[in-house]
Ligand binder design. Sequence first.
Ligand code: AMP
Length: 448
Amino acid sequence: MPFASLGLVDDLARAVAARGYTTPTPIQSQAIPAILAGRDLLAAAQTGTGKTAAFTLPLLQRLQTRPETRMPAGRPRALVLAPTRELAAQVADSVRVYGRHVAPRTALVVGGVSMKPQCDALRRGVDILVATPGRLLDHLSQKTVSLAGVEILVLDEADRMLDLGFLPAIRRLLALLPRRRQTLLFSATFADPIRQLAGDFLHEPAVIDVAPRNAPADLVEQQVHPVEQTDKAALLGRLLSAGERDATLVFTRTKHGADRLSRQLEREGIRTAALHGNKSQSARTRALDDFKQGRIQVLVATDIAARGLDIVQLPRVVNYELPHVPEDYVHRIGRTGRAGRAGLAISLVSADEMPRLHAIQRLLGRKLPSSVVEGFEPSPAKRTRAPVAAPSAGARHHHAHRAAGASTGERPAAHRPARPETTAHDASRRRNKAHHQTRRVATTGDRA
Ligand code: AMP
């Protein structure tokens, strides 16, 4: 069994097999032996690469095979720090799934929920503590936990923790850990602040860089639809109700925008929930659960709330608004096309967002295919000079036509369905222009 050949004990290899995984992902094949050998690790890997199992499995094994030092209450042997509650909850789930035959005592310490059950769990005794930095500091100040017995520290999505302003919290926490320990740092990128953190806290780490940095996962078809800002909701409604009615994660830039859009889609009969930091933990858990179970079709989320969401087989991601930071585009589309499955990432881009689109294309090192959806043409004054491309799945029957005369400024009302029939002129344009275009877009790594 390939997982066993990485040095994993039978109890763990069996748990992996039960999950249905037969072949380790690249990060797993490289990280697992290094961690088992006791080395510190600096790993560049995005969500979707299998990084959670890459650290969870060897961590479980090291705790299990080393002399049993049953720690007193509130003194975990391993600490995993994660940027968001959702990501922390997913890591804790992975620990339970992969640790089913070794039964570690696990606790989840995150904000937004009552401290009491967390205090109880810590008092009962914990081997592996998964935490967000802020809530962990709260527990430390109340002395409900001690980090003095931590043998292994994992910093998961370290770049995002820094983005969220957790650096001071992380430094405070690191000062409370024993100097002799194993430290594993995972980050989507190796930006300077990450290198500095690694330089300060890692000891001769093994360095692994599996995914091309700043390059989207393969198997993601990307598509841009230029559209007026005011028409975006109607266009989105159209794309969502077309075709397969795929489960879709929609990104907005603000919490307010997420709520507004979610209400708007609901009014159009599309089952939707918003996910962002102002929602209570129970509302977020319910929304995520409804989405995973297919009770709602659409989850509208902000970047921060969506970070670390583990939704397998997410067919489609929509950027309702482009992010300010180009790297966030890469994170967003990393939600689809995961673990070897194809996905579709659609961006609705208004004229004022063109500089952001250009920044993203610069980061990716190429232009993204762009097509105007019939009935949603930007007005000529704001027309972006986007090349015609094969339409996305949702817009399959509404091909682009951008030549002079194709759009006369006389746009159908946003909510009015586009004409199902097109002219012979349109049809011949389509044949000529779109015939040989492929919907699959190869991705190129930009390691610069
Ligand atoms: P992660 O990068 O940890 O968020 O994992 C991405 C997704 O890949 C999760 O849904 C995992 O359950 C899945 N996964 C992890 N390891 C493997 C593997 N070896 N084979 C197939 N899927 C995997």
